[in-house]
Design a protein around this ligand. Structure first.
Ligand SMILES: *Cc1c(COP(=O)(O)O)cnc(C)c1O
Length: 380
């Protein structure tokens, strides 16, 4: 028995050697760890990871190794996994609507931080969670700057948040506030508005919040030339929190998913056919790892790699890209510029695919089988 090679230099080395027939997710632990340190060094408070964006155990282990000490969990399965992989980490149960048995499970697992956005769900928490735990009131503002609106599902209005914060404090829980500006939020001013609203909620309630969770929403690099301005957002959050709370802000927390994990994975999907020199059919699509593209828009950092590992470099021409299933919504948004010399058997390598990809991959129509390969670098 020889040693099998398990860490590859980069995606094209793997593609050249393995000629995979299923989609491949390339994971670069070095990229994940350096992004984690960027958050830890730059964010003016505690950095937690929103597990749902990519619950791969290797992701959790690398985040722990990089120094991440808290996780935003939304279900008993996520709680069980974090308790197992990161037993000393804090868990924030920030799914504001939970079944009673889910709350009881969280209590039994030692979770002492919950979010809430309604009186009915707060009543459930008060009945089941021992006093002394932290309850963060989740509030929302009309959306700005994000790829899609999280406030459509969760978050109390400012008025209701004022009432909820009072009830939390009156019942002997640690009162805190939380919000989520919406995912892939490229406008730092969204945080500005939320931070000032948080201070207003505290003033109106007459309650001093212990902590203020500024959510996820940190953008990843989706489009060529548009680098995410994480440090600018961190600086704005620190400065505006100080201003809004007159120099005495609550302890800050953030819970990025996408911003932490997206850049550490690239996806390779193979061209099954170029139909009559027109439509490109891939072995992955919107029921697989590309599921969120119709919602958040195309990623235009796509490299086309031939089976021998070389890059296609023909002039760009627009193509319709379909996934492998028989459903006509299984199509990437718009026309996608691809090199004109693309051929059947080539691989499309999509950068920045670590968030909301493997997590929502389905087996629809018998597709969805995939592998994860670890690489030193994601440069092709
Ligand atoms: C999904 C989610 C996040 C992570 O959002 P990103 O946009 O991926 O950073 C953070 N907090 C909560 C409560 C969430 O539901």
């Amino acid at each position: 028995m020889g040693l099998s090679k398990t860490i590859w230099t980069n995606p094209s080395e793997f593609l050249r050697n393995q000629q995979p027939m299923n989609p491949v997710m390339f994971f670069a632990p070095a990229v994940l760890q350096s992004t984690a340190r960027r958050f830890i060094d730059g964010f003016p408070g505690l950095v937690t990871y929103a597990v749902k964006s990519n619950p791969d155990e290797m992701v959790i282990q690398n985040l722990v190794a990089a120094g991440i000490e808290g996780f935003d969990v939304a279900s008993p399965v996520e709680i069980e996994m974090i308790a197992r992989l990161a037993p000393s980490a804090a868990m924030h149960y920030h799914n504001p609507v939970r079944a009673r048995h889910e709350i009881a499970y969280a209590v039994s697992m030692g979770v002492t931080s919950y979010s809430v956005d309604s009186h009915s769900e707060l009543k459930k928490l008060v009945e089941i969670v021992p006093a002394g735990a932290e309850i963060s009131v989740r509030f929302k503002l009309p959306v700005a700057g994000a790829a899609y609106n999280f406030g459509a599902k969760f978050g109390a209005t400012v008025d209701k948040a004022v009432d909820l914060l009072k009830v939390v404090a009156e019942n002997g829980y640690v009162p805190s506030l939380t919000f989520h500006p919406g995912t892939q939020c490229t406008d730092p001013m969204a945080w500005d508005a939320y931070l000032r609203a948080a201070a207003e909620i505290c003033r109106l309630a007459g309650v001093k919040a212990r902590r203020l969770n500024t959510g996820g929403g940190f953008p990843s690099h989706r489009l060529n030339g548009v680098m995410p301005e994480l440090e600018a957002i961190f600086a704005l959050i620190g400065r505006v929190a100080d201003e809004a709370f007159d120099g005495n802000p609550p302890a800050l927390v953030c819970e990025p998913g996408r911003g932490l994990v997206a850049e550490s994975f690239s996806l390779a999907a193979q061209v099954k056919g170029v139909r009559d020199d027109e439509h490109v059919f891939l072995n992955d699509g919107t029921y697989g790892n590309l599921d969120e593209l119709p919602i958040t828009g195309i990623i235009d950092r796509i490299t086309v790699v031939a089976p021998d590992g070389s890059k296609r470099d023909g002039a760009a021409s627009p193509r319709v890209i379909f996934g492998p299933t028989c459903d006509s919504v299984d199509r990437l948004p718009g026309d996608v510029a691809l090199p004109s010399d693309i051929e059947e058997g080539d691989y499309l390598v999509f950068s920045g695919m670590g968030a909301y990809s493997t997590a929502t991959n389905t087996r629809f129509n018998g597709f969805g089988d995939m592998v994860v390969a670890t690489v030193m670098s994601l440069a092709n």
